[in-house]
Design a protein around this ligand. Structure first.
Ligand code: PEP
Length: 252
């Protein structure tokens, strides 16, 4: 059975004090090992949050929201303002969110760049949380499956082993908008993703890979989403910034 995974994406929110206080509140949430919990703070808050969780809640893992790769996959160099893979690792991240629609659509990251990052992240032993999802116009043109499966295929090019890969299906029209895919609609896409994985990686990989849903997940819709056969967890933005709401999501 796939272990549920609930991940928080704190995006560009929370100063250091606020991040520590939220981490301290979440450290009290215990799932008795039945679910994985990941928290993705900003780069500046990551090391202190990781340090705090190591002491108070070692069952909660820290994920980075991104990292940068220089030319020829350089993991250091003259890239002013950027943060490398060894840096996030040494700051306590054991996972990293890659291909988030905000990275794709605001910062122009393409599948080829995301693919390089996925390969480097897993080579370094991190879990890659690979985000895919269609725009509203693509959904309205009924090309969502083609779009999502193309993102997936290109982002996973030359990735032979999916053990350290988690996929997050995040329809862009549902992120931060309060609009959620219906549980059945989300499950349909998750099923298409799982079938795709089965075709290229075999049955056991498709049975084992965790596929999270993301897009306005809240305490009142998580249960119905998690009841779907192909939804293994959630990637949560807005509602993860509130300890009470995020706890309710974890304990759906
Ligand atoms: C996200 O950014 O990954 C996300 C799902 O955000 P929200 O929950 O706010 O829609």
């Amino acid at each position: 059975m796939r272990k549920p995974l609930i991940a928080a994406n704190w995006k560009m929110f929370l100063n250091l004090k606020e991040a520590l206080s939220l981490a301290a509140s979440l450290s009290k949430v215990n799932t008795d090992g039945e679910k994985d919990i990941f928290i993705a703070p900003s780069f500046t808050n990551m090391a202190v949050v990781a340090e705090e969780l190591k002491k108070s809640a070692p069952h909660i893992s820290v994920a980075a929201q991104n990292f940068y790769l220089g030319a020829d996959d350089a993991s250091s160099g003259a890239y002013t303002g950027e943060v490398s893979l060894p840096m996030i690792k040494s700051a306590g991240a054991t996972a990293v969110i890659l291909g988030h629609s905000e990275r794709r659509n605001i910062f122009g990251e393409d599948d080829a760049f995301i693919n390089r990052k996925v390969k480097c992240a897993i080579a370094e032993g991190l879990t890659a949380i690979l985000c895919v999802g269609e725009l509203l116009a693509e959904r309205e043109a009924s090309v969502q499956n083609e779009v999502v499966l193309a993102q997936l295929g290109k982002s996973l090019a030359q990735v032979a082993d999916l053990t350290n890969v988690v996929i997050a299906y995040e329809p862009v029209w549902a992120i931060g908008t309060g609009k959620t895919a219906t549980p059945a609609g989300a499950d349909e896409m998750h099923n298409a993703i799982r079938t795709f994985i089965g075709r290229y990686y075999g049955k056991s990989a498709s049975n084992e890979i965790r596929i999270l849903y993301g897009g306005s997940v809240k305490p009142d819709n998580i249960k119905a989403l998690m009841q779907q056969g192909n939804i293994d967890g959630a990637l949560v933005g807005g509602a993860s910034l509130n300890a009470e709401q995020f706890e309710k999501i974890i304990n759906y």
